[in-house]
Design a protein around this ligand. Structure first.
Ligand SMILES: [Cu+2]
Length: 195
């Protein structure tokens, strides 16, 4: 039962995508640089009305790669949420107050793009001496963990600007192990057999 739960948890983790939610206050006089953010593709920004006046959050046509418009909202605690999916710069304003403006700059995800079960390989597999892990895209900052099938952690190492890792396994018991690679909130898992 414990084993089954481990598998469920690990594979649920593999489906996670990197997403961050940012919160900005939105009130009269709120503007750059306070209103500016640099975010990654897929991230969400939530603006919260923090005064009692009517405001909009709207992209400036011609200087925004995406189009969004909250419409007029009035009152403390109103929110407008937008998820950015296109790389580029988005200037935005309040359609009521000229002293409310900012820029949301959307950059590619720093995590491995489309990180999935195919994004790294383990060679040789089965193995008895060492595991060599090759990443399709180098990880800027992440970690690697290896578990045995009882959930015991064999290693937990940071990864920094690397696309190849070698783990000696001569001293490990024969059996199946799970190699888990983490980058940001992304996770991928593969099995390796030590024989
Ligand atoms: Cu306003």
């Amino acid at each position: 039962m414990k084993l089954k739960l481990l598998f469920v948890a690990l594979f649920a983790g593999a489906l996670l995508q990197a997403q961050t939610t940012y919160n900005l206050d939105w009130e009269t006089g709120f503007n750059s640089p306070e209103a500016d953010l640099t975010i990654e593709v897929g991230d969400t920004v939530i603006w919260t009305w923090t005064d009692a006046l009517p405001h909009t959050v709207e992209s400036v046509s011609g200087s925004s790669v995406e189009t969004f418009n909250s419409g007029f909202l009035t009152g403390m605690g109103q929110t407008f949420s937008y998820t950015f999916t296109v790389e580029g710069v988005n200037d935005y304003i309040c359609g009521v107050h000229s002293n409310m403006f900012g820029t949301i700059t959307v950059v590619p995800s720093l995590s491995i793009k489309e990180f999935d079960q195919t994004s790294f390989s383990i060679l040789p597999n089965p193995t008895s001496e060492e595991i060599q892990i090759n990443l399709v895209n180098p990880i800027i900052l992440g970690s690697i963990q290896v578990f045995d099938l009882l959930g015991k952690q064999m290693i937990d190492e940071p990864i920094q600007e690397s696309n190849q890792l070698t783990i000696p396994v001569q001293s490990w018991k024969k059996g199946i192990y799970l190699v888990k690679i983490n980058s940001g909130e992304n996770t991928a898992i593969k099995r390796v057999v030590i024989n």
